[in-house]
Ligand binder design. Structure first.
Ligand SMILES: Nc1ncnc2c1ncn2[C@@H]1O[C@H](COP(=O)(O)OP(=O)(O)OP(=O)(O)O)[C@@H](O)[C@H]1O
Ligand SMILES: [Mg+2]
Length: 442
């Protein structure tokens, strides 16, 4: 009886109050500003609501979240909605904010050990070691080191494999110092001619991420390989985005289950990343979806310049966040829509070329990283792209990526994958399915 009255009073109170949960993060921020409530710069929705409630002394009126088991489901759902809203909020963030500030979930305090891998200290140590090696190069003082790190050149490999012009432009260092740094990095890494045996040793260390389909994995020589850029191309709804989602989950699996025990970085150019699908796929593999979602770093690219920038910025995150998979879905959509007409074709192709080389360089620098991109093609030959199976996005994409897989629709949920001009794989086909649980066997 007493409880019923209390609940009724609460409800009356709440009727007079604004429903904070229903407000967007932007509105909550304005509301807090009106009430002169100071918010930390990276406050999330739930933190803002908490601060407002604390300020208004209404915190205790919030019903206890876990008073009985029935609430558990509600909690999960609420958290999910919050997670989605955070994603939307990230999309709303204003220009000029730092990529790391925007897209990186800094709250790793409650990351526990699980089948899915959490950010490892060892990767942070190895980043320190890489930076130490750069610092030890002749002529590198604090100022030069800072410029290099800020521009993403935080390892000997990053310096040695990048064309001097790009290092100069991105870091602001002069021509002579750049040339010296590259030479010194190459000397330290022993870059030069190698024997076939050495290359074989290197190839033997290539790791692979499973696609969840045996035939598909076999087609790829065991799965998506590290150290290469793999391109999936095909018409709309052939499963490109679904495969990208599945790989984000699978890369987190232990090695013996076809994963790389690493995290994923997803660059979404079309706004088609869906956490709901990740949850379904994680649950189908009996994984904790919250951890799987946490280990996917998401960046929405709004235009081709932004996309190029996100890839450049990712250089600084790979070691720090134990990233083993970078996805760009889709690679040339923005370029295609922004550069319309034959007059701009040359500059478009040049930009795409540079962008692909940025991605290829990431694979050179990090041999344990897999880069996967998608590319939508029309089945009808068109003036820009020619025959889709040979000239997707022009010659640049075909020659820049190392493994290309053509997807087409089969019956119902079936899809067919075919490897096209890979240096070491036969041109054969595999049939896979797309179901609620993700990519599977027919
Ligand atoms: N929850 C689900 N359960 C079963 N199948 C699904 C589910 N979600 C998506 N699909 C399948 O995936 C297909 C869409 O595939 P996907 O989004 O990967 O296409 P795409 O190749 O990325 O297309 P586009 O070029 O338009 O981006 C749908 O047509 C549907 O068959
Ligand atoms: Mg897609």
């Amino acid at each position: 009886m007493a409880k019923a009255v209390e609940t009724k009073n609460n409800r009356e109170n709440e009727d007079n109050m604004i429903d904070l949960d229903a407000l967007t993060v932007k509105d909550l921020k304005s509301y807090a500003a009106e009430k002169n409530i100071d918010l930390p710069s990276k406050a999330r929705k739930k933190d803002i609501i908490k601060l407002i409630k604390e300020n208004e002394g209404t915190e205790s009126e919030t019903p206890s979240a876990n008073s009985d088991a029935d609430h558990e489901e509600y909690d999960d759902e609420k958290e999910l909605i919050e997670a989605f809203e955070e994603l939307e909020y990230e999309e709303e963030l204003e220009d000029g904010e730092d990529f790391e500030d925007v897209f990186i979930d800094e709250d790793e305090s409650d990351v526990e050990d699980n089948k899915a891998v959490s950010i490892k200290d060892s990767s942070i140590n190895s980043l320190d070691e890489c930076i130490k090696a750069v610092k030890a190069l002749p002529g590198v003082g604090e100022a030069t080191l800072n410029k290099l790190i800020k521009a993403g050149f935080n390892s000997l490999e990053a310096i040695a494999y990048t064309p001097p012009k790009i290092i100069q432009e991105d870091s602001g260092l002069g021509e002579k110092s750049t040339a010296k740094l590259i030479k010194a990095s190459m000397d330290k890494l022993g870059i030069g001619f190698k024997s076939g045996e050495e290359i074989w040793e290197h190839r033997k260390n290539i790791a692979r991420v499973t696609t969840n389909n045996k035939e598909f994995d076999d087609l790829l020589g065991g799965g998506i390989e590290t150290g290469s850029v793999t391109e999936f191309f095909g018409e709309f709804r052939t499963g490109k985005t679904q495969i990208m989602h599945q790989l984000c989950v699978n890369v987190q699996l232990p090695k013996e289950q076809g994963g790389l025990e690493g995290n994923a970085l997803y660059i979404d150019t079309e706004g088609t990343f869906r956490p709901e699908r990740i949850i379904q796929m994680a649950e189908a593999l009996d994984l904790d979806y919250k951890k799987i979602l946490k280990n996917i770093i998401f960046g929405r690219a709004y235009n081709s310049d932004h996309q190029i920038l996100l890839v450049k910025d990712s250089a600084n995150l790979i070691k720090e966040k134990n990233i083993k998979l970078i996805i760009v879905d889709s690679l040339i959509g923005h370029f295609r829509s922004e550069y319309v007409g034959r007059g701009t074709l040359a500059s478009r192709q040049q930009l795409i070329n540079q962008h692909i080389h940025d991605l290829l360089r990431l694979c050179d620098i990090h041999s344990d990283l897999a880069v996967v991109v998608t590319n939508q093609v029309s089945s009808k030959p068109d003036v820009f792209y020619g025959n889709p199976t040979t000239h997707t996005g022009g010659h640049v994409v075909a020659h820049g990526t190392t493994i290309r897989i053509f997807l087409r629709k089969g019956k119902g949920e079936q899809r067919i994958a075919k490897v096209v001009d890979a240096p070491n794989l036969p041109e054969s086909e595999a049939v896979f399915t797309i179901t609620e649980g993700g990519i599977g066997e027919p």
